[in-house]
Design a protein around this ligand. Structure first.
Ligand SMILES: [Zn+2]
Ligand SMILES: [Zn+2]
Length: 271
């Protein structure tokens, strides 16, 4: 049975098909973007429409809404978010979700990627630091949005050219520039969407040994690898448990990539 239909609906704006099409191509899939379906209803990065649900819920709703709009039984959708790192709040992370839904096969498979390579920066009407800022963010491929420094209101977006930027700075002396987080103007995000796409395809290829449905994936990590020096248990996991979402078949597997942990991660050797 084919993994995907030969034409697969992608509910997404901002040219994500350019990132994802090369991943689906080898599986004989042509991504179709439905025009007229406005995914911005599900929240935007400029803050004009707030997101209500978490990204995993949002991506599922977006996918189902797109499928219903285009009258399709299968669909793909993509959703990203930015936020503080859960354990190091001063660091930013970018989380990307993809979902593939197939109503005929009762499939709902997610691809996920988290990256700490985040191009989320701003600079504040300091003309002298501007050129360095533009170089550091790779301005051009990376787009900018300009906001009013006094009230935070959006002045302009889709800023990708130097002349255009200089004109805007002339007109608006109290500016803040922020990196555009939309996928087509954010190359670091594009890489992370690609990683989520690869994760989705990997899950689709991983079939349950019991029922042959896809997404036989790691559901749990357990056990504690011994320290290679003192042999006491560390916080590094020893087993992966794969679980089928359809028939609940489980398989616990000892990891073979690492048999003992380095003493630098041992609570006893390196407290
Ligand atoms: Zn199964
Ligand atoms: Zn130790």
């Amino acid at each position: 049975m084919a993994m995907f239909p030969s034409q697969l609906l992608l509910s997404s704006k901002h040219l994500k098909e350019r990132i994802l099409q090369p991943l689906f191509e080898p599986h004989g899939v042509e991504l179709i973007v439905s025009h007229g379906f406005d995914t911005d209803n599900y929240g935007t990065f400029c803050g004009s429409i707030p997101r209500i649900e978490g990204p995993k819920t949002t991506v599922k709703e977006k996918c189902l809404a797109g499928m219903s709009f285009a009258n399709r039984r299968q669909g793909l959708a993509s959703e990203g978010s930015f936020g503080p790192h859960p354990s190091s709040p001063f660091l930013s992370i970018n989380e990307e979700w993809l979902v593939y839904i197939d109503l005929d096969q009762a499939l709902e498979v997610y691809g996920h990627s988290i990256s700490m390579d985040v191009c989320q920066q701003q600079t504040n009407h300091q003309r002298k630091d501007l050129d360095q800022f533009l170089t550091s963010i790779q301005f051009g491929a990376q787009g900018l949005v300009m906001k009013d420094a006094d009230n935070g209101e959006l002045i302009a977006k889709d800023i990708t050219e130097y002349v255009q930027l200089m004109d805007l700075i002339q007109e608006h002396p109290h500016w803040i520039l922020e990196t555009d987080l939309r996928a087509h103007l954010n190359p670091t995000r594009q890489k992370n969407i690609e990683a989520a796409g690869k994760n989705l395809i990997e899950r689709m290829r991983s079939l349950c040994p019991q029922c042959a449905k896809p997404d036989f994936s790691v559901a749990q990590y357990s056990g504690q690898l011994p320290c290679s020096w003192c042999k006491s248990p560390t916080n590094t996991y020893e087993f992966r448990t794969y679980r089928c979402a359809h028939c609940q078949h489980q398989l616990r597997e000892k990891r073979m990539d690492l048999l003992m942990e380095d003493p630098q991660y041992c609570q006893r050797c390196n407290p």
